[in-house]
Design a binder for this molecule. Structure first.
Ligand SMILES: NC(=O)c1ccc[n+]([C@@H]2O[C@H](COP(=O)([O-])OP(=O)(O)OC[C@H]3O[C@@H](n4cnc5c(N)ncnc54)[C@H](OP(=O)(O)O)[C@@H]3O)[C@@H](O)[C@H]2O)c1
Length: 249
């Protein structure tokens, strides 16, 4: 018979709160304790003795110092959730998801994919009891993987926030005015990522691009726009030349 895991979740931020919520959901219901640094250290000392799995849901920079200070004497499996940190103190299991302050409905959590370090134990040993989809992530690719995740998820969020706030403050329109655009762009990306881009770049409409850039004079987003145009054109050239090479060979 398999050993029932005893989880100990460390931290009291966004990921820790989502994990506690997930672990206590009726579908999963895994034995789980929750410690954060506002609680007495004596509590941590007691609980870590009984833990089979310690989940470090704390800031990236705190993971190694915390392991060194508190977890050297425990044989429990240690897991961290950073998408970029590579360390021998704990195995990485990056949930490819965004966790804000609001919790999600219980049915969402089991579908979140985890990308686990290529040298980590099997998923069933790393996070026993969790049915989530998972894949291996080569540690040498972790930094680049995370940079791309940050750009895709976080940077696009900044761009949408920028549009919402312009609509609201400069045009007196509710941010919801752009919700259908956001929704459809997301759906198009999911349905056909290679053809999801529309607008002046794909149309080769240089006059509109020049007007867009001029309109952003004085805004830090003017350089963002220019950088995107340059990056997209370079990426497009590279794609086209790969395509040409493929046609020739
Ligand atoms: N949020 C996301 O969308 C997301 C997605 C994927 C992966 N992750 C990863 O998940 C981990 C946690 O991220 P988060 O978003 O939950 O961060 P967060 O909301 O900023 O919370 C960080 C937590 O770490 C605790 N902490 C910081 N330094 C500590 C120390 N020296 N000792 C003990 N606790 C310490 C903080 O404690 P206090 O509350 O006492 O300050 C806080 O509870 C990170 O590795 C992050 O890269 C996050």
């Amino acid at each position: 018979m398999r050993q029932v895991p005893q989880y100990l979740i460390i931290g009291n931020g966004r990921v820790a709160r989502h994990l506690c919520h997930y672990f206590s959901s009726p579908e999963i219901h895994l034995p789980c304790r929750h410690w954060h640094r506002a609680l007495p250290e004596a509590q941590l000392r007691d609980w870590k003795k009984e833990a089979t799995h310690i989940l470090l849901a704390i800031s990236d920079g705190a993971i190694e110092p915390f392991c060194d200070a508190h977890l050297k004497d425990t044989p429990a499996v240690k897991v961290h959730f950073s998408g970029s940190l590579v360390t021998d103190r704990a195995c990485g299991a990056h949930p490819l998801m965004t966790f804000g302050t609001a919790l999600y409905p219980a049915e969402k959590y089991p579908a979140i994919p985890f990308l686990i370090d290529d040298n980590a134990p099997d998923f069933a040993a790393l996070l026993p009891g969790l049915p989530n989809p998972h894949a291996r992530l080569p540690r040498v690719q972790k930094a680049k993987y995370h940079a791309l995740c940050v750009m895709a998820g976080n940077f696009s969020c900044i761009l949408w926030q920028n549009l919402f706030s312009f609509l609201e403050s400069d045009l007196g329109l509710p941010p919801e005015t752009a919700h259908m655009y956001l929704q459809q762009q997301t759906e198009n990306l999911k349905a056909d990522p290679r053809r999801a881009l529309t607008g002046p770049l794909v149309r080769g409409d240089d006059a509109t691009i020049a007007r867009n850039i001029a309109s952003l004079a004085g805004s830090p987003f003017q350089d963002v726009y220019k950088a995107f145009v340059a990056a997209w054109r370079q990426g497009n050239r590279q794609n086209n030349s790969t395509h040409e090479r493929k046609k020739i060979s």
